[in-house]
Design a protein around this ligand. Structure first.
Ligand SMILES: Cc1cc2nc3c(=O)[nH]c(=O)nc-3n(C[C@H](O)[C@H](O)[C@H](O)COP(=O)(O)OP(=O)(O)OC[C@H]3O[C@@H](n4cnc5c(N)ncnc54)[C@H](O)[C@@H]3O)c2cc1C
Ligand SMILES: NC(=O)c1ccc[n+]([C@@H]2O[C@H](COP(=O)([O-])OP(=O)(O)OC[C@H]3O[C@@H](n4cnc5c(N)ncnc54)[C@H](O)[C@@H]3O)[C@@H](O)[C@H]2O)c1
Length: 452
């Protein structure tokens, strides 16, 4: 077996893996980055970036369909071909990662294609190559789409996010399994391009990790756009007859559809990575890390696998912390009290920190303020639905959580992320000047509404 000796090996080159490998190599360490699929990971090829390109196109259609309401007449004829071509040519360069590989190599990283498996502390095997990493290993393996154990489902030609981003045509009818961010974003895109969409959510609401008011707002919009949402759905079996899918449900008629898209969460395989070599539990869902991303002596983990929030911004935040630790730099550890998350549906659902229920469960003396965008001037002008909800710790007088839902909800969230992150006193937020007539000015109304 060929041997390679390096300072650090990075397993998986998602957004965080790329960043940490590049930073360490630039600082002078010898680094190998190992990737079994595409350098860059899920985000640029199968997740954030192509889905947001699809959402941009769907939003343009929706806006054009509002011309009669505001401005005259317009004929809107969707053409998925433009979306598929943009995703293929501009967004993913036909799922080719050469530019990302070149960037890493330019930074001094050795890039190795293949699946890495840890066989002992600081030792990895990739194909017929043994790698010895004297300073340690950084894990950034990400996650894979999970297919729920519904009888028959795994044997059908279902789509996961990886298939849906490369769709060259819109199915005439689509069943989406799962009402989290992935399911909601795809459901609205395909519905806006003409698919008859049914979304089956086992939970009692869409986006269950967000505020119930945000879930209700989204459910209302989905209903208005003709998306059938069935919450509390229990799927008993799925089959495919070579042409169509049949989805059987407990207590409801079966659904026949041209396509099924599974968006029911993610899974990881720690046994395949061989983390048992470090004494870690290979049956766990993720790798526990301390505030410097250390999972064990000489082992760091970053990204989705740490369970701190499956977002690209989290992966990159943790990458910077792990790199500083490996380089022996004095740096503050990770803080998770102000993690922002945005689901890019229309209305966009942005949130940061704790929900009201989360804050109450944590024993915080909670005050809640809420306002509807429709009662703000900008909301009235745009005929827009949305809301701002604030969660204050009444004992400390700072916000511990916030939700901003509506047009550009994720952008409005920026001010609230700053407030939660920097623990800006609510009294000071009340003394700020909010430009008129912006969407973010509704924050002032929500502050005025704060009460126990
Ligand atoms: C449809 C969808 C939309 C999303 N949209 C957003 C969004 O808008 N904003 C946002 O912040 N997040 C979004 N996410 C989440 C985001 O994609 C991830 O959080 C992000 O990719 C970071 O993941 P990661 O760094 O853990 O690794 P990943 O991006 O998952 O990359 C890990 C890489 O490791 C490789 N790998 C795994 N095991 C091995 C091994 N043993 N050897 C070698 N290589 C290995 C894999 O091939 C993969 O390329 C979305 C996710 C999905 C599914
Ligand atoms: N905009 C973003 O930042 C963004 C977008 C997409 C995904 N993500 C991240 O990717 C991760 C995965 O997203 P996701 O939406 O796949 O997962 P998720 O776990 O957030 O949601 C999955 C949903 O599927 C439902 N479900 C599970 N099994 C089911 C079944 N058998 N039938 C019906 N419903 C079922 C669950 O109730 C759950 O609400 C999330 O952690 C999210 O943070 C982020």
């Amino acid at each position: 077996m060929a041997e390679l000796a390096v300072d650090v090996a990075v397993v998986g080159l998602g957004p965080g893996g790329e960043a940490v490998a590049s930073r360490l190599a630039t600082a002078g360490l010898s680094v190998v980055g190992i990737e079994s699929r595409l350098v860059g990971g899920e985000c640029p090829y199968y997740a954030c970036v192509p889905t947001k390109a699809m959402i941009r196109a769907a939003d343009v259609l929706a806006e054009a369909r509002r011309v009669p309401e505001f401005a005259g007449t317009a004929q809107v004829v969707p053409d998925w071909g433009k979306v598929a071509a943009r995703v293929r040519d501009e967004i993913t360069t036909d799922w080719n990662d050469q530019a990302a590989v070149d960037r890493l190599v330019g930074a001094g990283v050795q890039v190795l294609r293949g699946r890495a498996r840890i066989t002992g502390p600081g030792v990895l095997v990739v194909g017929d190559q043994v790698i010895r990493a004297s300073r340690g290993i950084v894990l950034n393996p990400g996650t894979d789409p999970a297919v729920p154990p519904v009888p028959g489902l795994a044997d059908t030609p279902l789509w996961t996010n990886r298939d849906a981003v490369s769709a060259t045509a819109v199915p005439e009818s689509l069943v989406v399994i799962g009402g989290g961010p992935v399911g909601c974003e795809f459901a609205q895109v395909f519905a806006r391009f003409g698919a008859e969409v049914t979304l089956l959510q086992s939970n009692d609401r869409l986006l269950p990790l967000d505020e119930p008011e945000a879930s209700a707002l989204l459910a209302e919009r989905f209903a208005a756009e003709g998306i059938q949402v069935r919450t509390g759905a229990k799927i008993t079996s799925v089959r495919h007859d070579g042409q169509r899918f049949t989805v059987e449900l407990d207590g409801a008629d079966p659904i026949s559809a041209a396509q099924v898209l599974v968006a029911a969460g993610r899974k990881s395989d720690l046994a395949d990575l061989g983390v048992g070599s470090y004494g870690l539990d290979e049956s766990a869902r993720g790798v526990a890390v301390d505030e410097h991303m250390r999972a064990a002596d000489g082992l760091w983990a970053i990204g989705d696998i740490t369970g701190k929030g499956a977002f690209t911004h989290m992966s990159m935040y943790q990458a910077a912390i792990a790199a500083a630790d490996i380089l022996g730099e004095e740096a503050p550890g990770a803080e998770y009290h102000a993690v922002p998350r945005v689901t890019f549906t229309d209305p966009e659902i942005g949130s940061v920190g704790l929900t009201e229920a989360g804050a109450r469960a944590a024993g915080i003396n909670v005050r809640v303020g809420i306002t509807q965008l429709s009662s703000s001037t900008r909301g009235f002008l745009h005929k827009a639905e949305g809301l701002i909800k604030l969660i204050e710790d009444a004992d400390t007088g700072v916000l511990v959580g916030a939700t901003s839902a509506g047009p550009t909800g994720g952008e409005v969230l920026g001010a609230l992320v700053l407030a939660v992150h920097a623990r800006v006193p609510v009294d000071q937020l009340r003394r700020m000047i909010y430009a008129y007539p912006t969407f973010h000015r509704a924050i002032e109304s929500a502050l005025a509404d704060l009460r126990a």
